[in-house]
Design a protein around this ligand. Structure first.
Ligand code: ADP
Ligand code: ZN
Length: 218
């Protein structure tokens, strides 16, 4: 299974990636997670990236594509992967195509999470993330068993710096202006598969599995 998850922030890409990776034993590659890890480790790229992330802007293509191509080269991705939050620009998509061509691991499908704006806002303002394993919770939709503590690893849950309302609005604008065009890009390549990002976690997961079955992926 080689997938790209495409959609606005708050569409539930990270949550579905978490669930899909558990079920299908594939690698979850999230540029957002990789960037936040670089910030935590105080890596030079992390410091440079943080300024953009805090403003809700895209980190420059050079930084992100380098990170992804290295990850694809250095990790065993032969059993499959789910790219979450990448690509986000046409340039990133073209670089990804080249990298996957070299590896002879073409994409099976690009899932587009069509999502209403009020769903996005509700999800992002209530989102809490595990500091240790990156798992996503939500104060009311996906509450942890114990407040502030990750169900899976016991790590501390926190609210991301960019999950504040002004920054969320900016991220939605950036998505509409820079990422949305990838819908056409992947439609032309006959890879796009639409799913409803407004569904709750399990319903969306079932819908995705149905789509995978119909296209012979599972
Ligand atoms: P969300 O999808 O909820 O916005 P992410 O964790 O995917 O959250 O991304 C958080 C931030 O990290 C983005 O606002 C952006 O600054 C940066 N980022 C993540 N992925 C990319 C990418 N592919 N290209 C450029 N910037 C990225
Ligand atoms: Zn955790």
């Amino acid at each position: 299974m080689r997938l790209v998850l495409l959609g606005p922030p708050g569409a539930g890409k990270g949550t579905q990636a978490n669930v899909l990776c558990k079920e299908f034993k594939v690698l979850h590659i999230s540029t957002g997670d990789l960037l936040r890890e670089a910030v935590r480790n105080k890596a030079a790229v992390g410091l440079e990236a943080k300024a953009y992330m805090d403003k809700g802007e895209l980190v420059p293509d050079e930084i992100v594509t380098k990170m992804i191509t290295e990850k694809l080269k250095d990790t065993d991705v032969s059993s499959g992967f789910i790219l979450d939050g990448f690509p986000r620009t046409k340039r990133q998509a073209e670089i990804l195509d080249k990298a996957l061509e070299t590896l002879r691991l073409p994409l099976d499908m690009v899932v587009y999470f069509e999502t209403k704006e009020d769903t996005i806002l509700r999800r992002l303002t209530g989102r809490r993330v595990c500091r240790k394993c990156g798992y996503n919770f939500h104060v009311t939709n996906i509450p942890p068993k114990k407040e502030g503590v990750c169900d899976y690893c016991g790590g501390e849950l926190y609210q991301r710096d960019d999950d504040k309302e002004v920054t969320i609005r900016k991220r939605i604008d950036v998505y509409n202006n820079q990422t949305k065009e990838l819908i056409d890009y992947y439609t032309e390549k006959k890879l796009l598969h639409k799913a409803s990002g407004d569904l709750e976690v399990n319903a969306l997961f079932s819908e995705l599995k149905k789509g995978f079955k119909e296209s012979g992926m599972i």
